[in-house]
Design a protein around this ligand. Sequence first.
Ligand code: ADP
Ligand code: ADP
Ligand code: ZN
Length: 227
Amino acid sequence: MSTNVMTRPAVLILLGPPGAGKGTQARMLEDSFGLVQLSTGDLLRAAVAAGTEAGKAAKSVMESGGLVSDEIVIAILRDRLGEPDCAKGVILDGFPRTAVQAEALDALLSETGQKINAAISLEVDDDAMVARVAGRYTCAGCGEGYHDTFKQPKVAGTCDKCGGTEMKRRADDNAETVASRLAAYHEQTAPLIAYYDGKGVLQKIDAMGQIDAVAEGLAKIVKTAAP
Ligand code: ADP
Ligand code: ADP
Ligand code: ZN
């Protein structure tokens, strides 16, 4: 244990295509490590619901399965990263998704003297992702994620976490849009795997297993990368 080095809040990145399990695993890491999940998808959906300028610009892009402009996403992430709870350390879920975003993140972190502890790539087969995304729904009350087949609440229709009974599905979680989202992942986001490998922070994990098995593997990585 070093005593003379100031500890900076941990920064973990989860990379992976839509449906890989980034959100599910980020919430589990929040619970077990006291970190804060930053999902640019959630932040964008909130902006759309609130009808902000950024939300208005993002809405149709999200519906079509494309990527929202770097400018909008970076601004949203920068604002969120500046909030006090992020001092606990963050798990970036769905950001960065382009080279421009990755470079902007490096610049933001260098301002605060922070560094990326690990960029963890959730490795999955594209074929399985359509089924994961098509069966996904979340609790409207607390955001807990569920799946028609792979993660059902203990009592049908009732959230395990908060007892809420209103569940919602995303407009973009359909087979047609998933194809565009997977294509965007391969073209624009997958190259970041090499980017983080070059920085010496890349970790890969097999994310085809069951949710708890993936969580166990991730916990080991996080314990080592962000002790
Ligand atoms: P992402 O945030 O990467 O898009 P999610 O965490 O929302 O992915 O997971 C997509 C869907 O698949 C959700 O319905 C979730 O319950 C389910 N899921 C997550 N991880 C697994 C897994 N390892 N095996 C089976 N289903 C999973
Ligand atoms: P998933 O969980 O399936 O990976 P997200 O909830 O992370 O999806 O993102 C939903 C949509 O929001 C994306 O398809 C994209 O349009 C937009 N989005 C989210 N994060 C980003 C980002 N970092 N850059 C550009 N667009 C983004
Ligand atoms: Zn709930």
